[in-house]
Design a protein around this ligand. Structure first.
Ligand code: GLC
Length: 421
C-alpha cells in the first residue's frame, strides 16, 4: 500500500514537472513608463498602451502616473535619477528639463531614433528643446502652447468678436459679466508654480518684454513691470479675474470654465477635447484663439509640451526604445490628439483630414506652435524658474509691487547666471 502510494506520487510529480518543461512561461521584458497624470479619460490612454503590448508581446508594460504638476514630477526625477536607480525605463519630460537632465548624464543618447533628415518633421521649438551639445536626448511627444478659450455663445449673444488686445478682453469681460450672473470674466493659472511663469511670460512677451537678452537678465524692464502689474490689476482694479486664480493650476481653472462659469480661460490645448465631450456643460459653445497682446505688442504663447527619454540606468534600453518609437509615431500621435487632445509634435498631422474634421481649430494651431516662445533653453532653467516663481507670485497676490518683485528676481537671475557657467 505504502509502495503503491509512493509510486502514484512519483507519477504525479513527474507528470507535473513534465508539463512545466513542455510549456515554459515566455520571458517578458518589463518596461516601466513614468509620466504625469493624464488629463481627461485615462481609459483612452490605456487603449493606446494596450495596443503597444499587442504589437510587442514580449514586453510587459507598466504604466506609472506621477502627479499632474510639472514641479512635483521634476522633484521625483531629480531624486531618483540622482540615485542612479533603474526603477523606470521611459520618462516623459517637460520641454524645460531636457538640457538639465542631459547635462547631468541621466539620459541615453537617442540621436539615432530621429536621424538628421527626419528632424524637420517636428516643430522646431521642441526639437531645439531636446537637443543638447548636438545630440538628441529625447523625442518630442506632444506640444503645448498657451491659448485663449472663450464662450462663443456669450460673445455672439452680446455682439462681441474675440479680443485682440488685453484692453478689449477687459471691456468684453466687464460687459458680459454685468449681464450674466455667476460668471467670472477671465480665469488663468496664478499659483506659485511653473504654470505661473508660463502665464506671466505671455504678458511680458506681448508687451515687448523678455527674461534674457543676449544671455543677460532683463527682467526688471519697464515693459515687464507694466505686464506683471497688469496681471495684478486684472484682479484688483478691473475685477475681471477672481482672487482665487492666485492659488489655481490648470485643472481647477479648466473646471470653472468647463462648468460654464467664466467667459475667458487661458489654458493649454488639451482642455478643448474635454469641453467638447458628450455631457459637457459647454459643448459646442467654445471658441479658441491666440492670446491677446498689449496695444502695439505681438501675440505670444509660451511653448510647452512633453518629450520621451530613456533613463541612462535602464536595464532594458532596447525595449524602452520600442515604446518611445511607438508613442511618438505619427499614428500614436494622431490617436492621442483624437482621444485625449494632446497635440502632435509632427507637423504633417496638421494636414490630416480626419483630425481637421474632428478638431477644426487644429489648422490654426500650426502657426501658434511654429511661433510659440520657449522659456530660456538652459541646463540652469530650473534654478531660474525657482527664482522667478516666488517673486511673480508675490506681485500677483499683492505682497510686493511689481517693481520690487522683478528687481529681486533680476538680482537672483544675475547671481545664477554668474555662478552657473
Ligand atoms: C504644461 C506644459 C508644460 C508646462 C506646464 C506648466 O504641462 O506642457 O511645458 O511647464 O504645463 O504647468
Amino acid at each position: 500500500m505504502k509502495r503503491a502510494f509512493f509510486l502514484l506520487l512519483c507519477i504525479l510529480v513527474s507528470a507535473y514537472s513534465c508539463k512545466k518543461t513542455e510549456t515554459p512561461a515566455p520571458e517578458k521584458t518589463t518596461v516601466v513608463f513614468k509620466h504625469g497624470k493624464i488629463a481627461g479619460d485615462p481609459a483612452l490612454f490605456q487603449e493606446l498602451l494596450d495596443e503597444f503590448e499587442r504589437q510587442n508581446p514580449d514586453i510587459d508594460l507598466r504604466d506609472e502616473a506621477l502627479p499632474a504638476s510639472t514641479d512635483e514630477q521634476h522633484q521625483f526625477y531629480v531624486i531618483n535619477l540622482e540615485g542612479k536607480g533603474p526603477e523606470f525605463d521611459v520618462l516623459s519630460m517637460d520641454v524645460i528639463w531636457v538640457p538639465e537632465f542631459a547635462r547631468a548624464g541621466w539620459l541615453r543618447d537617442l540621436s539615432h531614433l530621429v536621424p538628421e533628415p527626419q528632424r524637420e518633421e517636428f516643430f522646431p521649438g521642441p526639437m531645439q528643446a531636446v537637443t543638447y551639445r548636438e545630440k538628441l536626448w529625447a523625442v518630442p511627444w506632444y506640444i503645448d502652447a498657451g491659448l485663449l478659450y472663450y464662450r462663443k455663445d456669450l460673445l455672439e449673444k452680446h455682439g462681441f468678436e474675440p479680443p485682440r488686445t488685453w484692453a478689449e478682453l477687459i471691456s468684453i469681460s466687464k460687459a458680459i459679466t454685468a449681464k450674466e450672473p455667476d460668471t467670472y470674466g477671465f480665469i488663468w493659472q496664478g499659483k506659485q508654480y511653473e504654470g505661473l511663469v508660463c502665464n506671466v511670460l505671455e504678458y511680458m512677451w506681448s508687451n515687448r518684454g523678455n527674461v534674457l537678452r543676449e544671455g543677460r537678465p532683463v527682467l526688471a524692464s519697464p515693459e515687464n513691470i507694466e505686464a506683471l502689474g497688469f496681471m495684478r490689476d486684472l484682479i484688483v482694479r478691473h475685477k475681471v479675474t477672481p482672487e482665487l486664480v492666485t492659488t489655481a493650476i490648470e485643472e481647477p481653472t479648466r473646471h470653472i470654465f468647463g462648468n460654464g462659469n467664466a467667459v475667458f480661460l487661458r489654458n493649454w490645448p488639451y482642455a478643448w477635447n474635454i469641453f467638447e465631450k458628450e455631457g459637457s456643460a459647454i459643448k459646442g459653445k467654445v471658441g479658441v484663439s491666440v492670446l491677446p497682446a498689449f496695444e502695439g505688442g505681438e501675440h505670444a504663447a509660451t511653448l510647452g509640451g512633453w518629450q520621451l527619454g530613456i533613463n541612462r540606468y535602464s536595464r532594458n534600453p532596447e525595449a524602452a526604445e520600442r515604446l518611445v518609437r511607438f508613442l511618438t509615431s505619427p499614428s500614436a500621435q494622431k490617436t492621442l490628439a483624437l482621444t485625449i487632445g494632446y497635440k502632435p509634435t509632427r507637423k504633417s498631422l496638421y494636414e490630416d483630414r480626419e483630425l481637421r474634421a474632428e478638431q477644426p481649430f487644429i489648422a490654426g494651431l500650426y502657426d501658434v506652435f511654429m511661433h510659440a516662445r520657449p522659456r530660456p533653453v538652459s541646463p540652469y532653467y530650473m534654478m531660474m524658474t525657482q527664482a522667478m516663481q516666488p517673486e511673480f507670485s508675490a506681485a500677483i497676490s499683492g505682497m510686493k509691487t511689481p517693481e520690487e518683485a522683478l528687481r529681486d528676481a533680476q538680482k537672483e537671475l544675475k547671481r545664477i547666471m554668474e555662478t552657473a557657467e
